[in-house]
Design a protein around this ligand. Structure first.
Ligand SMILES: [Zn+2]
Length: 108
C-alpha cells in the first residue's frame, strides 16, 4: 500500500526518467511489507504449534502427513486451517484468540 505522498512521487513524470525518485519511494515500504510478511508467517506457524500441542505429536504428524497425501499441501486440513486463520488475522483488527479457533476447528 502506498500513501498519497509516495504515489505522487512514484507517479510523477520524472519518476520514470530518473531512478532517484523511484528508489526512495520503494525503499520506504519494502521493509514494512517484509515485516508484515514475517508477522503473517509467524502467525501461520503459531497455528501449527497450537495444532501440535492440542493433538500431540503422534496425531499431529499422522494428520499432517495424511492431509498432504490425500489433499495436497494447500487443501490439507491442517494447512487450510492455518491459512484460514492467517487470512482472518490479516484482515481484522479485532482481538483474535487463535487457540480457541484452532481448538474449535479440531472439535475440542
Ligand atoms: Zn503451514
Amino acid at each position: 500500500m502506498r500513501t498519497d505522498e509516495t504515489r505522487n512521487l512514484a507517479d510523477a513524470p520524472e519518476a520514470s526518467e530518473h531512478n532517484h525518485v523511484d528508489e526512495p519511494a520503494k525503499s520506504l515500504f519494502k521493509p514494512c511489507t517484509k515485516f508484515l510478511d514475517q508477522v503473517l508467517h509467524a502467525f501461520h506457524e503459531l497455528v501449527h504449534v497450537i495444532q501440535w500441542r492440542l493433538l500431540g505429536p503422534d496425531r499431529f504428524l499422522l494428520s499432517y502427513a495424511n492431509g498432504l497425501e490425500c489433499f495436497g499441501y494447500r487443501q490439507s486440513p491442517l494447512e487450510a486451517m492455518a491459512h484460514d486463520a492467517e487470512t482472518a488475522f490479516a484482515s481484522s483488527t479485532a482481538t483474535f484468540n487463535v487457540e480457541k479457533m484452532v481448538a474449535a476447528k479440531l472439535g475440542w
